[in-house]
Design a protein. Sequence first.
Length: 318
Amino acid sequence: MAVYTQVSAEALTAFLSRYDHGALASAKGIAEGVENSNYLVDTTTGRFILTLYEKRVAADDLPFFFAMLDHLAGDGNLVPRGLPDRDGRVIQELEGRPACLIEFLSGVSVTRPTAAQARAAAAAMGVMHRSLASFDGGRPNTLGIDDWRPLLERCGRSLDTIQAGLYDRVDRALAAVEQDWPRDLPVSVIHADLFPDNVLMLNDRVTGLIDFYFACTDVRAYDLAVMHSAWAFDPAGEPLDPAVGRALVEGYDEAFGLSVAERAALPVLARGACLRFLLTRAWDWLNTPADALVTRKDPLAYARRLDWYERDNEFDAG
Ligand SMILES: Nc1ncnc2c1ncn2[C@@H]1O[C@H](COP(=O)(O)OP(=O)(O)OP(=O)(O)O)[C@@H](O)[C@H]1O
Ligand SMILES: N[C@@H](CCO)C(=O)O
């Protein structure tokens, strides 16, 4: 359960008194997620998400994320805006952490997506990319290709305590990705973490895209590769029905479009995505504080996906 920071009823009551959103009725920590502390807050007038930003989110980046969300919501995308208090402030401090009250969106996230759900989610990403073409903000990717080797070195040989030989395995895969990485594809602001748990759905309909805290400026097709690596496999990293992977590429292509060069680069971009999530999960696996109420995510589920992309499997690019 991702609740790193406990919020007392007294502190939350005082926090809510800055807004015109009613008085505290109930609050409970949300089990999903690994990055930030999230609470579901019910007040006398409505339901909200309260997020306290933890380890990987820099407070200085929050204005960028909320400007992006405002831009997307203003253009009709189903994303949650940060809510301003009576003085117009969205970014607050609570229990010593940066914190925001956020719009609640309905829907649930799927764990084993169908092809229809994958198509709808990828189309929502395509529509989002179209809106982002007119967004003039930007943020360097702090977990991009240039950051993977330093992260590998910080994990070091402790990786081998997760699985024998894992350090050398990642080192080899990373060297190949560094060599093959495309340097001339279109760049844009992207979500960079659009996993199934960051897409809210009702049946086959997308009702919300959430968790923009890794959004950054990077290769646009990398966003789709991240999505493929997260959606085309089950949580243990075993591939789902190939129709799911195909639906992702087709849904995105129909909504936004994918050039021949972007399509050709998807396999290496997906290998890069596997390394990004394998490494951050491995770091967390090795460094999660014993008292944190969080379910660590399995780095080896990403080693299995990496194996799959490396085996020269057809990417099912439609
Ligand atoms: N705006 C929202 N509306 C409804 N539910 C939300 C909203 N934001 C977050 N949630 C719920 O809280 C959970 C955790 O949120 P989120 O994914 O942002 O956490 P995180 O710790 O940043 O996660 P991750 O590990 O994916 O980076 C989500 O899976 C969802 O159930
Ligand atoms: N979506 C990521 C967590 C954010 O870094 C994962 O599943 O590893």
